[in-house]
Design a binder for this molecule. Structure first.
Ligand SMILES: C[S@@+](CC[C@H](N)C(=O)[O-])C[C@H]1O[C@@H](n2cnc3c(N)ncnc32)[C@H](O)[C@@H]1O
Length: 296
């Protein structure tokens, strides 16, 4: 863990807190602690009887927050290591109903910039790891080397919506030396994908696909949403910030089901997106979409 890591700038912070409509004596869950930007803002809204449970599947995130946040000793704030897909189990003995749950999906700046995690296509010498949870056994480089061409092409297409999925998969399997590092993968993708007219990195969709697969992110999200909704008290609010269309589709569909079955009210007919000012200040916010429902 690197103490000099930049703190993550929380995305749509004010909007998340307003949408949660925090009751100072309520019980809240931040299912994605990260560097505690949102957790600390929730904590500040709570009175002496309020409670906040914050979860992260990255034990380094918990350690980081416990080391660098003075509020970590506040008895109203409990942190737990685990996957939000197990929210019911993780809440056992802490709370039975929540007045609000926040999920800020994806990875934090600390994870992206960590020197040993392989999440970013900019950190060229890093091993292609990409596990959010060090207990997972399969790294991104293992997937690249173990899956066959068809499986890889499907992965890049489904999880990365990558137009050149087959071409990239073919090139990976033709390679005689295994792909181990960010640099190996970037070089290969840049070689086989035609230069785009945009400033975006040609391998960004491949990285998205690998990260989703390594961490089984979409299945965690589906189960996490169900468990979160079950945990909500009546009038409780579920607020989710997503960062790409695959996540957003799952959230939108799940929320629609609850509204159609008259189990919830939609609080955001249109997703809340960052202002231009926020994007200017924090470019990572650019694709964020906040959706929220209230259980009835
Ligand atoms: C975008 S960051 C959250 C940033 C946080 N809101 C802040 O302001 O500092 C997402 C965090 O969620 C964690 N995470 C992602 N998927 C998770 C899951 N399925 N269960 C628990 N934590 C998860 C990541 O490890 C990461 O620390």
């Amino acid at each position: 863990m690197d103490s000099s890591s930049h703190f993550h700038t929380p995305v749509l912070l004010k909007e998340s807190i307003t949408t949660l409509s925090i009751n100072s004596e309520g019980r809240y869950i931040d299912a994605t602690l990260g560097e505690a930007g949102h957790s600390l803002a929730i904590l500040r809204e709570l009175g002496p009887k309020g409670l906040l449970l914050s979860i992260d599947r990255d034990s380094e995130a918990i350690q980081f927050v416990e080391t660098y946040t003075k509020e970590a000793s506040d008895s109203r704030w409990i942190r737990k290591y685990g996957n939000y897909s197990d929210l019911l189990k993780l809440s056992q003995g802490i709370l039975t109903k929540a007045d609000g749950i926040l999920m800020d999906l994806g990875i934090s700046s600390r994870q992206l910039e960590a020197v040993n995690r392989g999440f970013s296509y900019q950190e060229r010498s890093q091993e292609l790891d990409m596990r959010m949870d060090a207990q997972l056994s399969v790294k991104a480089k293992d997937l690249l080397n173990a899956l066959n061409e068809q499986e890889l092409a499907k992965l890049f297409l489904t999880y990365g919506e990558e137009r050149f999925s087959r071409r990239i998969a073919r090139a990976i399997k033709k390679q005689t030396t295994p792909i181990e590092t960010v640099n190996d993968l970037n070089t290969l993708v840049s070689r086989v994908v035609p230069a785009a007219n945009s400033s975006k990195h040609p391998a960004r969709r491949v990285y998205q696909a690998l990260r989703i697969a390594v961490n089984d992110e979409l299945n965690s999200l589906k189960k996490g949403l169900k468990e979160a909704f079950e945990l909500l008290a009546n009038d409780g609010r579920l607020v989710v910030i997503s960062f790409h269309s695959l996540e957003d589709r799952i959230v939108k569909e799940f929320f629609k089901q609850q509204v159609d079955q008259e189990k919830a009210i939609d609080l955001t007919q249109k997703p809340i997106v960052p202002t231009l000012k926020e994007i200017e200040h924090n470019p990572r916010a650019h694709s964020a979409k906040l959706r929220a429902i209230m259980k009835i």
